[in-house]
Write a new protein. Sequence first.
Length: 76
Amino acid sequence: MKKKFSTCRDAYDQICDNLGQDLKHCREIKRHLAGCPNCVAYLDSLKKTITLYREYPSPKIPGRTRKELFARLKLN
């Protein structure tokens, strides 16, 4: 059964759920994107974010600042 995307949210959820994986519903996503400039803009921003993340080195954060940041983010 083919999945239909009736809203941008449906398409967003599918894109996010499958980012970096084999897209099972690629045709349906492409069909939605063909008629939805909002989703095209969203997908473009994701692509740009990934490109920037890959191209720029991680910033160097001093040890104390890193500890404080991780504590605030509850990553310790």
